[in-house]
Design a protein around this ligand. Structure first.
Ligand code: PDD
Length: 277
């Protein structure tokens, strides 16, 4: 079952107009929200970020917070899975003709849920590969927009290189991954790019910082360079579906001789506690 514009219907019966601006322009925003043990994890934070994305794009939020919550909980009931990943998208709506500018339309709301099976700690401990690329995205990466052409191109490049992620840099500064935030540990301090228009403010990023604080790891939200990345003691990426993942090889060079770091292990364990708290 999926949710489309006020109705719960089977996925193969869900359809939208060819004049939907989400289809024509990628004119919409979205959220990916994890569900653990039937509990929606950090719903308030996700709905707040959704509101920010809607405000930035001048799309009217079709629902109030409690209405969103009701719809999401109702959708979850249609699956027996305890751990799920909710995908919700709001597009500007259906237009009469294709034109770039817009008038007030009725937003299209689509929500689906899929089983969420995060990798186990033992799997993660093997470490993952990444590649680096110049960040050629636009100046509003803080908006969680459905127009993801650049991110798709990067992710396909990662796939072709059998890498987990593409780590992006603007000039020499690491911004984030194509679908994740990026962190390094150097001399027991955690570094990550500050929030702003060059990165998506990840909900998992906040949880990583919260966990690092709880583990008494110093946190420094300042940008770091490609040289810092390659010379880091540890490199991690984070997202709602991948949680916190250690990267041990970048552009075919081993990070910290390919060893998983102890800080990752501590922060990962703390994050697991938060999930079921
Ligand atoms: N993406 N940066 C980018 C560009 C992302 O696409 C994502 C997540 C993140 C991490 O955000 P969060 O911790 O809130 O998931 C950072 C999701 C998972 C996606 O597009 O499917």
């Amino acid at each position: 079952m999926v949710f489309l514009n006020g109705e719960f219907i089977p996925k193969d019966q869900a359809s939208i107009s060819v004049m939907d601006r989400g289809f024509l322009f990628g004119d919409g925003v979205y959220e990916v929200i994890p569900v653990y043990n039937n509990q929606i994890f950090r719903l308030d934070e996700h709905l707040e970020r959704l509101q920010n994305s809607l405000d930035s794009t001048h799309i009217t939020n079709p629902y109030k917070k409690d209405q969103w919550q009701k719809i999401l909980l109702e959708l979850l009931k249609h699956s027996a899975e305890k751990n799920q990943s909710l995908y919700l998208q709001v597009t500007r709506g259906v237009d009469s003709i294709r034109k770039h500018s817009f008038d007030e339309l009725t937003a299209t709301v689509f929500i689906e849920s899929n089983p969420l099976i995060p990798r186990t700690k033992t799997e993660l401990e093997k470490g993952y590969c990444a590649i680096t690329q110049p960040d050629f995205r636009w100046e509003r990466c803080d908006i969680k927009a459905t127009s993801l052409l650049a991110n798709i191109m990067y992710s396909q490049q990662a796939k072709q290189h059998q890498a987990e992620e593409v780590i992006l840099h603007r000039d020499d500064q690491i911004t984030e991954g194509a679908t994740s935030n990026v962190f390094i540990i150097k001399d027991n301090t955690l570094f990550t790019h500050p929030t702003g228009k060059h990165i998506l403010s990840g909900i998992t990023r906040d949880l990583v910082l919260e966990s690092a604080n709880a583990c008494s790891i110093q946190v420094n939200q300042t940008a770091f360079s490609i040289t810092d990345l390659m010379a880091a003691d540890e490199v991690w990426i984070s997202s709602s579906t991948r949680e916190i993942m250690p990267i041990t090889k970048i552009d075919n060079q081993l990070i910290n001789k390919g060893q998983i770091g102890e800080h990752w292990s501590q922060v990962y364990d703390h994050y697991q506690q938060l999930k079921y708290a």
